[in-house]
Design a binder for this molecule. Structure first.
Ligand code: HEC
Length: 163
């Protein structure tokens, strides 16, 4: 029995060490700050610190990669979440979305933040500071309502007709 435990321990150590050789790409893409949501809504907006703190790791080009994201299998999970997250919405590339898309993404952000889907529980277990307070959720939802109101004010903007 003791011998089996020892063998199992050796296997685990070897697999863990071998796993470290598979290193996902963690380089953040270059960003033009003028394309970001920060430039769009203004840095004084209350929305920005909330997005930076709770969403930026997966939904911007400014991902912070602490030591545990250098260690497999967390490194794989994080790299996957970042690549899928940036595809879903990238706040660093905000200017690339049409006004209608921006409005939809903020509406979805409000919905996901309210339901607790974003940021996910696995992530906030590692990053408790990313948890959203009721006020943070309200800040995101207020921003979503604001973009809707702005879109309603400018009916000549074609893309706002997707309300
Ligand atoms: C740990 C990484 C991570 C964090 C942090 C994170 N997201 Fe996501 N998000 C994802 C991934 C991965 C997807 C795409 C797959 C999915 O829907 O689960 C996604 C999808 C989305 C979508 C697209 C709609 C949807 O639900 O699929 C929105 C909107 C969104 N996230 C908003 C947010 C907001 C707002 C925050 C911060 C309050 C946030 N996310 C934090 C990883 C993350």
């Amino acid at each position: 029995m003791k011998r089996r435990l020892k063998q199992a321990a050796i296997v685990i150590v070897v697999v863990f060490a071998a796993a470290q050789l598979i290193r996902p790409d963690r380089a953040n893409p270059a960003t033009d700050a003028s394309h970001s949501i920060q430039a769009h809504v203004g840095t004084t907006s209350e929305l920005i610190p909330v997005l930076n703190r709770a969403c930026g790791d997966c939904h911007s080009n400014e991902t912070v990669w602490p030591w545990y994201t250098q260690v497999a299998p967390t490194s794989w999970l994080m790299a996957y979440a970042v690549s899928e997250g940036r595809k879903a919405v990238n706040f660093s590339e905000w200017a690339a979305y049409s006004p209608a898309q921006q409005q939809m993404l903020l509406t979805e952000s409000c919905r996901d933040a309210s339901s607790g889907k974003m940021p996910s529980g696995i992530y906030t277990a590692l990053r408790p500071e990313a948890k959203l307070s009721t006020r943070d959720v309200e800040t995101i939802c207020a921003a979503s309502r604001e973009t809707k109101a702005t879109a309603a004010e400018s009916p000549d903007d074609n893309s706002s007709s997707a309300r």
